[in-house]
Design a protein around this ligand. Structure first.
Ligand code: 5GP
Length: 116
C-alpha cells in the first residue's frame, strides 16, 4: 500500500480545504499557496505516489482528472483565455506531495513553460 500524504486527509475532509469538486474517483481543491489567480489541485482519491506508479487500471481515474479540469476551467471563467495543466514527478520535476496531482493554473498570462 502506498503511503498516505496530507492529500488523503483533504479527501476525507479531516483537514480544512476549499474543495471545488469531489466524486468517487477524484477530488479538486484550491491550492493553499496559489501561483496564479486560479490555482486548483485535482487528485485521484486513490493514493498513487508519482506518475511512475501509474497502472493501466488507473486510466479511467486519470481521464477523470482531465474532464474535471475542463469543467473547473469553465466554472472559473478561464476556459476561453486559456490555462495550464501541470503534473510534477519526483525531485527534478519539483514534486513536493507524493500523491499525484494535476495543477490547473490560469487567470493571467502564464509566460513560458519553464522559469528559473
Ligand atoms: P507539487 O509541488 O507536489 O507539484 O505541488 C503540491 C502542491 O500542493 C503545492 O502547490 C502546494 O502549495 C499544495 N499543497 C500542499 N499542502 C497543501 C495543503 O495542505 N492544502 C492545500 N490546499 N494545498 C496544499
Amino acid at each position: 500500500m502506498a503511503e498516505e500524504t496530507i492529500f488523503s486527509k483533504i479527501i476525507r475532509k479531516e483537514i480544512p480545504s476549499d474543495i471545488l469538486y469531489q466524486d468517487e474517483l477524484v477530488t479538486a481543491f484550491r491550492d493553499i499557496s496559489p501561483r496564479a489567480p486560479t490555482h486548483v489541485v485535482i487528485i485521484p482519491n486513490k493514493v498513487i505516489p508519482t506518475v511512475n506508479d501509474i497502472e493501466e487500471d488507473d486510466e479511467v481515474t486519470l481521464g477523470r482528472l482531465f474532464t474535471v479540469a475542463r469543467k473547473l476551467a469553465k466554472q472559473e471563467g478561464i476556459a476561453e483565455d486559456g490555462y495550464r495543466l501541470i503534473m510534477n514527478c519526483n525531485s527534478h520535476g519539483g514534486q513536493e506531495v507524493y500523491h499525484i496531482h494535476m495543477h490547473l493554473l490560469g487567470g493571467k498570462p502564464l509566460g513560458p513553460l519553464l522559469m528559473g
